[in-house]
Ligand binder design. Structure first.
Ligand SMILES: [Zn+2]
Length: 227
């Protein structure tokens, strides 16, 4: 089983450097080394610091306490049967970086909380597994989008770790949703044929559509090979 594969981005293959050190600038619509000299670095929002002794009862997992509280909160997901989800507390701009995704490193996928990491030759190296809520952070609670129009985060690998970044303006009290990759989405019942379609969207749509079209076509949010 291979889960939460990093979103397949249609990279231009630079020869000399590791892709792991490139990020994608949504405004330039291109990969840039480390950060975009024109549009600046991503706005980094760190986790809430949690001391070794949290002071909370044991049934409050450590991961839940790491939510960056001014910006985000946990609440019941809008997706049926998905449990908890992560919601914006205030408006988040495009280009916010969250992470890294925290978990135990492993070479085997034991849970549905795994992201696959790759080396510079795109060979799978290890997975980071956030199954244990006491050895992970709030990012484990971000649910999988069911359609590209509700997706507002992308996951990407940067310097050996997984980060999420906002790809659109996220209004307050909106659930953060990232695409987990084809195989895991399928396990969740996300219809991959419909994921990128225009027609099969059961939810209210709010703007940014043309942007997403170009993003998908140019940069492979379509998970090729699964559809
Ligand atoms: Zn740029």
């Amino acid at each position: 089983m291979e889960l939460r594969k990093r979103t397949c981005i249609n990279y231009y293959e630079p020869d000399e450097s590791s892709l792991d050190e490139y990020i994608y600038c949504d405004k330039c619509e291109d990969l840039v080394y480390d950060y975009c000299a024109v549009h600046g670095p991503l706005l980094v929002i760190p986790d809430n610091h949690v001391p070794a002794e949290t002071g909370f009862p044991q049934y409050v997992p450590r991961a839940a306490l790491t939510v960056p509280r001014v910006f985000l909160h946990l609440a019941l997901s809008a997706i049926p049967d998905a449990g908890l989800g992560v919601f914006s507390t205030i408006t988040l701009p495009q280009g916010v970086r969250f992470g890294p995704y925290v978990g135990r490193e492993s070479t085997t996928v034991y849970s549905t909380y795994c992201w696959q990491l790759y080396n510079e030759r795109r060979v799978r190296t290890k997975v980071v597994d956030a199954a244990d809520p006491n050895y992970s952070n709030w990012m484990r609670y971000v649910n999988c989008s069911r359609h590209w129009r509700e997706q507002n985060l992308v996951a990407y690998q940067y310097r050996g770790q997984i980060y999420y970044r906002t790809i659109k303006i996220i209004p307050p009290n909106t659930e953060l949703l990232v695409f987990y990759g084809g195989q895991f989405a399928r396990l969740l019942g996300v219809n991959l044929k419909h994921y990128n379609s225009v027609d099969h969207y059961p939810f209210q749509v709010t703007g940014m559509i043309s942007f997403f079209y170009s993003y998908i076509f140019l940069h492979g949010l379509v998970v090729r090979g699964f559809i």
